[in-house]
Write a protein that binds this ligand. Structure first.
Ligand code: BES
Ligand code: MN
Ligand code: ZN
Length: 508
């Protein structure tokens, strides 16, 4: 991730100076190139139109075709990359993100180190030129992410261009606003990349302690104050939820708090993220199939770190506290047992039915800790339940909470930014399922409604009057058979863009 894979620029007007370059142009699914083709001069236009007529490319979304044009001083482009956009009337913001990703991936495939893209000069179902650039840039940045910290460099890779330069043509009058949007999107995508980098690291490298080190390093030059509670401090505060989960591991748990206060007397938002650096299930051990994917069980926390970095880099005028409870869930002779009863920081007694339902135990203390800041709202992210993957799959996260306005706002921004969330009900009846005969509540409420009963458990640790949303990212936090061109395999960084869009629309 460290060396930048794509370098995006904006150029207002004067495309004549792009003589001899590689140009990217959109093709609709009716096999017609967008209007901007006519800017490329007759020889290029004729050649492209001949290929379109012969159906070398149909124009369906995501299709690409690289067309060489005979080199000649009067010809504007040396090569044209045609990129399918599908049916104009069906173009969506998410479709434009995918298009940006496809543009980047096609450049990579064809070894194109620099390309000039005309898309923003064309019509895309009513989406403004500046937003076409913003969305395509976002897609290109998201798709160019690579996690190669643990791969030896191959000779082949050394020959490939290390960074691909994409220059978007914009209308002259749009240039400055397009540049502002681009700069914002770059910071958000850096936040996503941080979340992905943390998420992708294996459990032997990333543990609660090294997570603190890496997060501190990422935030070191930014106005974010970090404080960390170690085992001693957690014990003093009676945070036995997180302590119990971590007690089976040689690496002890940490509660990480980050404060960013640049919003004057504006309300404070608290964001909380589950960070189990590896979830074996503990004594209630998981089956071995896909257990390696449980290194991703800290992606809620990763989203919080990525978000904190992004808002600080954007210098948003807001107040945010980020809280990440970090622990490793392993079986050992010191691990907690099924049947154990623990007293959480809030004083609620919890019977541990299953040590694999550990996320809610660390979140219980983290939410209680968030309460101590008296925030205007709390949003938590967690890879909390396998049941959520069954219910919703990987195309949206599950959402629960106690405040319709907050949930509606999150649903709306999720739709806009691409990190979609979908509400699940939290009727009081579900609370019955977590009643315990020996303690106040138990940590498993199933078998029915596993995602909701986990949400019910968390609800016991926030004040009823405090707007709170819980987002279960179990299905969306990583993708091993990536279905989207802007989501490379591995951690997705889900939550970072949702939170950034949410604060931008609701807190700024
Ligand atoms: N981290 C898991 C949830 C999970 C499972 C996320 C699969 C993504 C994919 C969580 O800690 C867990 O193990 N939950 C249990 C709860 C159960 C024991 C009540 C689950 O979902 O099976
Ligand atoms: Mn678990
Ligand atoms: Zn877990």
């Amino acid at each position: 991730m460290k060396d930048q894979q794509v370098n995006i620029n904006i150029s207002g007007g004067a495309i004549e100076k792009w003589r001899g370059s590689t140009l990217a142009i959109a093709v609709n699914n009716d096999g017609k190139a967008q209007k901007s083709l006519s800017l490329c001069g007759e020889p290029v236009k004729n050649e492209v139109q001949r290929l379109l007529k012969d159906r070398w490319i149909s124009g369906k979304a995501g299709e690409t075709l690289l067309v060489p044009v005979p080199a000649d001083s009067v010809v504007l482009a040396q090569r044209v990359l045609l990129v399918g956009v599908g049916e104009t009337k069906k173009i969506t913001p998410e479709g434009l993100r995918a298009l940006g990703a496809q543009l980047y991936l096609a450049c990579k495939k064809h070894n194109i180190s620099s390309i000039n893209a005309l898309f923003a000069l064309d019509k895309h179902n009513g989406i403004k030129g500046v937003n076409v650039i913003e969305l395509m840039a976002e897609g290109a940045l998201l798709s160019s992410y690579k996690f190669e910290a643990f791969q030896s460099k191959k000779d082949d890779d050394k020959k490939k261009p290390t960074s691909i330069k994409i220059t978007f043509a914009s209308k002259k009058e749009d240039t400055s606003s397009a540049k502002k949007l681009l700069s914002k999107v770059e910071k958000i995508c850096r936040g996503v990349a941080l979340a992905r980098d943390l998420g992708n690291q294996p459990g032997n490298v990333l543990n609660p302690e090294t997570l603190v080190e890496q997060a501190s390093k990422a935030l070191e030059d930014l106005p974010v104050k970090i404080s960390v509670l170690n085992e001693k401090a957690l014990t003093k505060k009676g945070m036995n939820g997180i302590l119990a989960v971590g007690q089976g591991s040689a690496t002890p748990p940490r509660m990480i708090t980050m404060e960013y206060r640049k919003g004057g007397d504006r309300p404070l938002l608290a964001v909380v993220g589950k960070a189990i650096t590896f979830d074996s299930g503990g004594i209630s051990i998981k089956p071995s199939n896909k257990m390696e994917e449980m290194k991703f069980d800290m992606c809620g926390g990763a989203a919080v770190f990525g978000f904190m970095q992004a808002i600080a880099e954007m210098k948003l005028p807001i107040n945010v506290v980020g809280i990440v409870p970090a622990a490793e869930n392993l079986p050992s002779s010191s691990a907690q047992r099924p049947g154990d009863i623990i007293k959480t920081g809030k004083g609620v007694f919890v019977e541990v039915i299953n040590t694999d339902a550990e996320g809610r135990l660390i979140l219980a203390d983290a939410l209680h800790h968030a309460e101590s800041f008296n925030p205007a709202a709390i949003i938590d992210f967690a890879t909390l339940t396998g049941a959520c993957v069954v219910a919703l799959g990987k195309h949206c996260s599950g959402m629960m909470g106690n405040d319709d306005k907050l949930l509606e706002a999150l649903k709306q921004v999720g739709e806009d930014c691409g990190d979609r969330v979908w509400p699940l009900p939290m009727f009081d009846d579900y609370q019955e399922q977590i009643k315990s005969t020996v303690a106040d509540i138990k940590n498993v409420g199933g078998p029915g409604g596993g995602t909701i009963t986990a949400g019910c458990f968390l609800s016991r640790f926030v004040e009823d009057s405090r707007p709170w949303a819980h987002i279960d990212i179990a299905g969306t936090a990583w993708d091993m058979g990536s279905s989207k061109p802007h989501f490379p395999k591995g951690a997705t960084g889900v939550g970072v863009r949702l939170l950034c869009s949410y604060v931008e629309k609701n807190f700024v």
